[in-house]
Write a protein that binds this ligand. Structure first.
Ligand SMILES: Cc1cc2nc3c(=O)[nH]c(=O)nc-3n(C[C@H](O)[C@H](O)[C@H](O)COP(=O)(O)OP(=O)(O)OC[C@H]3O[C@@H](n4cnc5c(N)ncnc54)[C@H](O)[C@@H]3O)c2cc1C
Length: 500
């Protein structure tokens, strides 16, 4: 996948998508795989907004059952099953523990009922049935978990993803289907004819060049920036979004083999402790932002850190201190504006809105259901374009997914191949195969052509120096953050001397 800015101005596209997070990526793949001519731009790197700072869960959303959102949960569980098949290198099953304590907001019987419903709603897409756990069993499998007032618990399954790379895989698959995709191109204005958008004016930040992108329709997939873009198109509908901020902390590996779903002792909100990249992820917060805070100037505050550490330390011993924290990240949930009170009650539902200018705007949603959202978006836009071809993505394998082998067979065979042909240790091989899927062999072959290409970036991390060349040549990584925060994650936990 190469950056070709000139291709953005060579033709009139059926659809021009603004925003290369998972919403724009999904729409680009859906439309391109139906045979539409599609352009996609992002003002930063792909997935540089919310789509690289999520909790990394592909999940039905157990807590949405409490609010009676059964349809949303069922849809998400079906999409979870599809993602496990369509991108097994980037999405994997993850066992969760849900411990019950005396006096908690949600009674154990309600959780048990909820999980029975969760299993039922997943139907044939269920990963494995949830099962009850005694106090002693919980202690055996999660020895650092707080024992006082523990009543037992439940084990259930959801899935974990590499969010930034999954977004990239969707964009690369869209490009393979003919979409013209480019990062570091910002939408800055529109031309209209008879009050309808015809041309997008954009700025290529790398070549400092003005671009005029012509299209029959435009999709605003800018997530938390959606209101800014509707204003740019001259649409006066008022704010459509009410974003909330979510922060995560990255702590050293605390030996958690399972993810934990817990209720915060202060406000009883759900939070997660997740084993991730040999580290422990703790999150998330869910707070309103003030008028001066926007998606471009977010920060993890001392209050956010204290809130998350309090939560961890209430449930695990030994606990964590601020000095233990290796890194943190923060993002905005692009939630639809509602009149209800607390942030966690704001709906995660998704809506496609069409303005008088013809601009389509995607609002809300969650990562897990991106494919279904994309299908709805492209069906909706297709009606206005008179295009009737149906969605093809339900079983479409994403870039890097083996076609002929099942995932485990492919993984075992390739680990062996890397060991015999390239003398690569099994842990590094697994890392490469999980990151690149079927492209891992090409990554390794490219790395062997470089001096020190098969050497590690850091002695304690599996990342190889040679990966960077592949990331630059095939994945459009340009700036240091693209390599360190999204193509790999090493920059989130280590200071790395980066010289491309
Ligand atoms: C803390 C947190 C945790 C979450 N955890 C989960 C989870 O575990 N599972 C789950 O399913 N969902 C989760 N979500 C929700 C999910 O991450 C988001 O719904 C999803 O990532 C939104 O994607 P998006 O593409 O709509 O927005 P974004 O990813 O923000 O993409 C918008 C893009 O538009 C670009 N853009 C903006 N303005 C312009 C412009 N003028 N020109 C060009 N480009 C522009 C931006 O650079 C950005 O890349 C979480 C959200 C948060 C905040």
């Amino acid at each position: 996948m190469q950056r070709n800015v000139d291709a953005l101005t060579d033709e009139t596209f059926d659809l021009c998508i603004i925003g290369g997070g998972i919403t724009g990526a999904g729409a680009a793949l859906d439309a391109a795989s139906r045979g539409w001519r599609v352009a996609l731009i992002d003002k930063g790197d792909f997935a540089s907004g919310t789509s690289s700072v999520s909790s990394k869960l592909v999940h039905g959303g157990l807590r949405y059952l409490e609010h009676g959102h059964f349809g949303l949960v069922r849809e998400a569980l079906i999409e979870r099953g599809r993602l496990l098949r369509n991108a097994p290198h980037l999405v994997e099953p993850l066992p969760f523990l849900l411990p019950f304590y005396v006096g908690q907001r949600v009674a154990p019987w309600k959780w048990r009922l909820g999980l029975a419903l969760y299993d039922f709603l997943a139907g044939t897409e269920n990963i494995a049935r949830s099962r009850p756990l005694s106090v002693s069993r919980l202690h055996a499998i999660s020895p650092t978990l707080q024992q006082t007032d523990l009543l037992g618990g439940v084990q259930y399954f959801d899935a974990r993803m590499d969010d930034a790379r999954l977004c990239l895989a969707v964009i690369r698959t869209a490009a393979k289907h003919g979409a013209v995709v480019t990062n570091y191109v910002e939408a800055i204005g529109f031309d209209k004819v008879n009050e309808t958008l015809t041309t997008l004016h954009a700025h290529d930040k790398l070549q400092a060049k003005a671009l005029a992108i012509r299209a029959r329709t435009f999709l605003n997939a800018t997530g938390p920036w959606a209101d800014a873009l509707t204003r740019l198109a001259g649409d006066q509908a008022g704010p459509l979004l009410q974003p909330t901020k979510g922060a995560h902390l990255i702590a050293p590996d605390r030996g958690h083999r399972f993810a934990h779903l817990l209720l915060h002792p202060r406000d009883h909100r759900v939070f997660f402790v997740i084993p991730w990249n040999n580290r422990t992820l703790i999150g998330t917060t869910d707070t309103h932002i003030d008028a001066n805070t926007g998606p471009d100037n977010l920060a993890v505050t001392a209050d956010d850190t204290a809130y998350l550490l309090d939560a961890y330390n209430q449930f695990f011993s030994p606990g964590l201190e601020t000095t233990d924290i290796l890194g943190s990240f923060v993002g905005l949930r692009p939630l639809i504006r509602s009149k209800s009170g607390e942030p966690s009650d704001l709906t995660r539902e998704f809506r496609l809105q069409r303005a008088a200018s013809g601009l389509f705007t995607s609002l809300g949603g969650k990562y897990t259901t991106y494919r279904h959202m994309a299908e709805t978006i492209i069906d909706g836009i297709g009606k206005s374009l008179g295009k009737r071809r149906r969605c093809k993505t339900a079983e479409l394998r994403l870039a890097g997914t083996p076609i002929d082998d099942d995932w485990q067979t492919f993984l075992a065979r390739t680990v062996l191949q890397f060991e015999t042909e390239f003398a690569i240790a099994p842990d590094t091989s697994r890392h490469l195969i999980q990151r690149y899927g079927t492209d891992a062999l090409a990554v390794v072959q490219r790395a062997t052509q470089l001096t020190a290409g098969l050497q590690r970036v850091h002695p304690d991390e599996p990342d190889l120096l040679g990966e960077r060349v592949w990331q630059a040549e095939e994945e459009m990584a340009i700036h240091a953050d693209d390599f360190l925060l999204r193509r790999s994650r090493i920059g989130m936990v280590r200071k790395v001397d980066f010289s491309p």
